[in-house]
Design a protein. Structure first.
Length: 358
């Protein structure tokens, strides 16, 4: 009996040890995911679908398209009249210039009738041009300046009308004669021009311009002399023509004074017609003999070279106005060229110009 009891006691002790170990193991393991057990609750639940997690990086809502254009670095295109595209002092739009110059014409005339007007007169008619007076000369310009630095188109018109007188010594056998001369010049041009400039930096800014177009002109001058034996001698010349013109200009702003230095050079070639008329009236004995001869129109080419320079001022408080003071010079060759005659014309003087831009 004693061995049996001892065996039963040993079995009970081993069962107690096994039960204790199982209890300790179950206390250290997490609860099972059984059906009846509650699931763990996350620390924060998103309030709406698609709300990013505070601990994770946000993802795009949809992947980018393979056909989408690549991203560009330009976020804004410059306006049409941006300063970087337009030379300093130029504003896109219509503009009008008006100036009044103080001009003195000079005609180097060698008009010659070529022969006696009739058998009654012994010499051909050859009259000079008297020195002309300084006169006001109007100039008008209307044009449009394109945006984005694309140049401008302009229509110019100038008019010069002057007269002068002097005495001719030994005009006829009776002594001196009185000479009176006059001139009228009408000039117009239609041109297109474009500008090239380096930068709008005031220290290095300068602008070069080039122009081309067509010009037309009408020039008339004449002289009349009166004496006591030769009662009247007259010689007149008229030219009308049209032709191409080109021009170049240079502008250099002086921004601290709101001034701009500039210079322009232009050249024109014209093809047209020249007409001349000569007349003479004299006392022959007791009779007054008169004769007038017209030289039919002759085709003629005229060359013109002009230059001007000056200083422009733009008020700082008003950019729509610009004022220019300068000097101009223009030379006309062969304006009175025929088989027997020739004449050249020079126009020069000061001018004050006003420009209005709107």
């Amino acid at each position: 009996m004693v061995p049996v009891r001892r065996g039963m006691l040993v079995a009970v002790c081993w069962a107690g040890v096994w039960w204790t170990c199982c209890a300790c193991a179950q206390s250290t393991l997490p609860p099972s995911d059984g059906v009846g057990e509650p699931l763990p609750t996350p620390s924060r639940v998103p309030d709406a679908l698609g709300e990013p997690s505070p601990t994770l990086p946000s993802l795009p809502s949809s992947p980018p398209s393979l056909f989408a254009p690549p991203p560009t670095t330009l976020t804004q295109t410059p306006p049409l009249d941006a300063p970087i595209l337009t030379p300093a002092g130029q504003v896109a739009g219509w503009f009008v210039n008006f100036d009044v110059g103080l001009i003195v014409p000079h005609v180097g005339s060698h008009l010659n009738s070529g022969s006696n007007l009739s058998d009654t007169f012994s010499n051909p008619v050859t009259l000079p041009i008297a020195p002309m007076h300084w006169v006001p000369s109007p100039f008008l310009r209307a044009g449009y300046r394109f945006a984005n630095g694309s140049g401008d188109v302009r229509l110019d018109w100038r008019s010069v009308a002057s007269q002068g007188d002097t005495w001719l010594p030994a005009f006829d056998s009776a002594g001196a004669g009185y000479l009176r001369s006059q001139i009228d010049v009408q000039y117009a041009s239609l041109t297109y021009g474009a500008s090239e400039f380096l930068t709008n930096d005031p220290k290095v800014n300068r602008t070069w311009t080039a122009r081309f177009g067509v010009s037309a002109a009408d020039v008339f001058f004449d002289s009349t002399a009166q004496g006591r034996q030769i009662l009247l001698q007259s010689a007149s010349n008229s030219f009308a023509g049209v032709g191409p013109t080109v021009g170049f200009g240079f502008w250099k702003p002086v921004p601290e004074w709101h001034l701009t230095l500039y210079g322009e050079l232009d050249a024109t070639g014209m093809i047209g017609f020249t007409r001349q008329r000569f007349g003479e009236s004299a006392l022959v004995g007791d009779q007054n003999v008169s004769e007038f001869v017209s030289v039919g129109q002759q085709s003629n080419g005229v060359g013109i070279l002009g230059a001007e320079g000056g200083l422009s001022f733009t008020p700082c408080e008003e950019r729509s106005w610009r004022f220019t003071l300068g000097y101009q010079w223009q030379r006309w060759w062969w304006v009175g060229a025929t088989n027997d005659s020739n004449a050249a014309l020079t126009l020069q003087g000061l001018f004050f110009r006003t420009e209005w831009r709107y």
